[in-house]
Design a binder for this molecule. Structure first.
Ligand SMILES: [Zn+2]
Ligand SMILES: [Zn+2]
Length: 331
């Protein structure tokens, strides 16, 4: 017991190593660019000020988005998806798997759940004791179910999912802008290095490595960001790209695709002016903010939630926009 707690504690400490590596590289790049390049190498004041100004804008945006991606807690299913005490008791006392499945089906009738396990059963997490809302998955690193889970990212030491997917995408984008700006502005000095025009001193090596490191990250980021842009446009998570979500009608890779504009809005929000800022602007998450209301109140699910609601299931998705509070959602 004490050993497993110790191991878990060690794993938690080691999980910060990738974040420390990124932070160290970025802090070195700050020193190398601001001091070694701008202060010690560039002699033209106007050029120096212009470079420093643009560099700091990129640096602030990168740091802000990285911070948000790391420290935004993953959104977990709200209390509605947890088994009540009596349901849990009933579920645990039942020994026949089919009867257990039926208990979950009965509970799920009052919840906005449209996806199923591959076997056709209601998706249930034994460890969290919750009926899994659509698109949520259990993360074994975070030890919780995460809404619209994309993947667990070691570079941000956090689960990328509903609560921080926008921040993660902006982090990738601003990292790329940061690398592009550094490589573009350092290129001239990089050439000077090879023709021997740079004054001797440590600055020339910092300039050389700035160029190499920026290009190395730029190439990797291009692939990663390109892949995520494709996922956003299709309204798929990384997990869904590997294994298509299963609906009552069967697996459907495009089950959540509601058109490019709405797909983008589901991640970035409907106010385009806020798309590029790492602040929360998204649509309410499916199954988190939608509370069931009496069946005769509404006829259709909120527009844009599903591209293919199953006709037989439309009555169960009559919800109104009454948000659970974030506190409820995260408990
Ligand atoms: Zn779970
Ligand atoms: Zn995780």
């Amino acid at each position: 017991m004490a050993l497993s707690r110790g191991l878990r504690c060690c794993a938690r400490v080691f999980s910060w190593i990738p974040v420390l590596i990124i932070t160290s590289v970025v802090l070195w790049s700050y020193y190398a660019y601001v001091f070694e390049l701008c202060v010690f190498t560039i002699s033209n004041t106007l050029e120096k000020v212009a470079y420093l100004l643009v560099f700091h804008v990129c640096f602030v945006m990168f740091s802000w988005t990285y911070w948000k991606a790391i420290f935004t807690p993953p959104a977990t299913p709200c209390k509605k998806f947890q088994l009540s005490y009596s349901d849990k008791d009933r579920y645990e006392r039942e020994e026949r798997p089919d009867a257990q499945k039926q208990i979950l089906v009965d509970i799920a009738k009052s919840l906005p759940i449209f996806t199923r396990a591959t076997s056709g059963a209601i998706r249930f997490c034994d460890r969290c004791q919750v009926l899994k809302p659509d698109r949520s998955h259990h993360c074994s690193v975070c030890e919780t179910c995460v809404l619209k889970m994309d993947h667990h990212c070691p570079w941000v030491n956090n689960c990328v999912g509903f609560s921080n997917y926008k921040f993660f995408l902006l982090f990738l984008s601003y990292s790329m802008v940061y690398c592009v700006f550094i490589s573009a502005s350092v290129f001239r000095f990089f050439i000077n290095f090879w023709v021997g025009d740079l004054p001797n001193g440590p600055a020339k090596f910092h300039v050389l490595f700035l160029m190499f490191v920026a290009l190395m990250f730029l190439v990797s980021l291009m692939f990663l960001l390109g892949y995520h842009c494709w996922l956003v446009v299709q309204n798929r998570s990384t997990l869904e790209a590997f294994s298509a979500p299963v609906f009552t009608t069967g697996p459907d890779r495009n089950g959540f695709n509601v058109g490019i504009r709405r797909n983008l809005q589901q991640v970035f929000g409907d106010n385009k002016r806020l798309w590029f800022l790492p602040i929360c602007t998204r649509y309410p998450p499916v199954g988190l903010y939608f509370n069931p209301v009496p069946r005769d109140t509404l006829l259709y699910p909120p527009e844009g939630l599903y591209s293919n609601p199953v006709p037989g299931e439309i009555p169960s998705c009559r919800f109104t926009l009454q948000p659970c509070s974030w506190r409820d959602a995260l408990l």
